[in-house]
Write a protein that binds this ligand. Structure first.
Ligand code: ZN
Length: 274
């Protein structure tokens, strides 16, 4: 398969242990990478205005802003706090010129076993922030996460579920297709096709066998078992022309390597594996 035509983007979590936001943006520019996706804590640490300036100075596209969501809460006050915080995330995304706000739904509230109720809280939370997102021209990109996270992190676990939410909510909503979270889904081809123009971002890394940590042991593309050319072909066939965004949480491997080596490897694997 030929090298991708979609541009490479670096999700800045990939180099979070090596660099500040400013250093990471500068390094991406140095390596000829034209797009990034920063995380809220990185932006908070570096400063919102400073982050926006660094991104603009380097002519970077911002293919997403990570992340909003985390809607379920044990009390109405907790759920309202999440809604307020998501509105702030929308404002930050607009300031940064981000193409979408990435949303991780949230898991079960503390002490709860009611997954159906948690999922309803997600739908309610999305509906509550959507008018602000529309007014700010920041699309809401719901990212289904692998079901192993349903308890603590994300109770939206399949593309079908995320697209059902989008169907109910309408304009200004879409999905993130992240290879790490959806590669196992027997319904993948049909759901990617169904997503069509609602694919707002495409994230890649690889699923390592064995995986040693549920959160922080993601692999570099090509080092695991995900058929990335197949998935890229699916999103292309669905009409996606956005960036291929590398997002790797890797406490014991890639976060311990020099940032320049990580970026060089991302570029090489993007060309040869994605
Ligand atoms: Zn992702």
């Amino acid at each position: 398969m030929a090298a991708p035509t979609q541009p490479l983007s670096i999700n800045l979590a990939t180099v979070r242990e090596q660099w500040t936001l400013g250093e990471a943006v500068e390094a991406c520019g140095r390596h000829g990478i034209g797009a990034v996706d920063p995380w809220r804590d990185q932006v908070a640490k570096f400063g919102l205005a400073e982050s926006a300036r660094a991104i603009k100075d380097h002519g970077m596209r911002v293919t997403g802003y990570c992340r909003g969501g985390m809607f379920p809460g044990a009390t109405p006050a907790e759920r309202q706090a999440a809604i307020d915080d998501n509105k702030r995330a929308i404002d930050e995304a607009a300031t940064l010129g981000a193409e979408c706000l990435v949303l991780v739904a949230g898991g079960l509230p503390k002490g709860s076993r009611d997954l159906r109720e948690a999922r309803k809280m997600v739908a309610d939370g999305l509906a509550a922030i959507l008018p602000h997102a529309r007014a700010s021209k920041v699309p809401l990109a719901t990212e289904p996460l692998h079901p192993m996270y349903a308890g603590d992190r994300c109770c939206v676990n399949t593309l079908k579920q995320a697209l059902d939410l989008c169907d109910a909510l309408g304009d200004g909503t879409g999905v993130v297709v992240d290879a790490y979270h959806v590669w196992w889904d027997p319904d993948l081809a049909a759901q990617v096709a169904r997503a069509g123009s609602r694919i707002l971002a495409y994230h890649v890394c690889d699923w390592l066998v064995p995986t040693r940590d549920m959160l922080l042991d993601r692999g570099m593309m090509g080092d695991g078992v995900v058929d990335l050319p197949y998935l890229r072909n699916l999103v292309e066939k669905a009409g996606y022309r956005g960036a291929i965004e590398v997002e790797i949480f890797s406490a014991e491997n890639w976060w311990k390597k020099p940032g320049d080596e990580v970026l060089r490897t991302c570029i090489e694997r993007y060309r040869t594996v994605c």
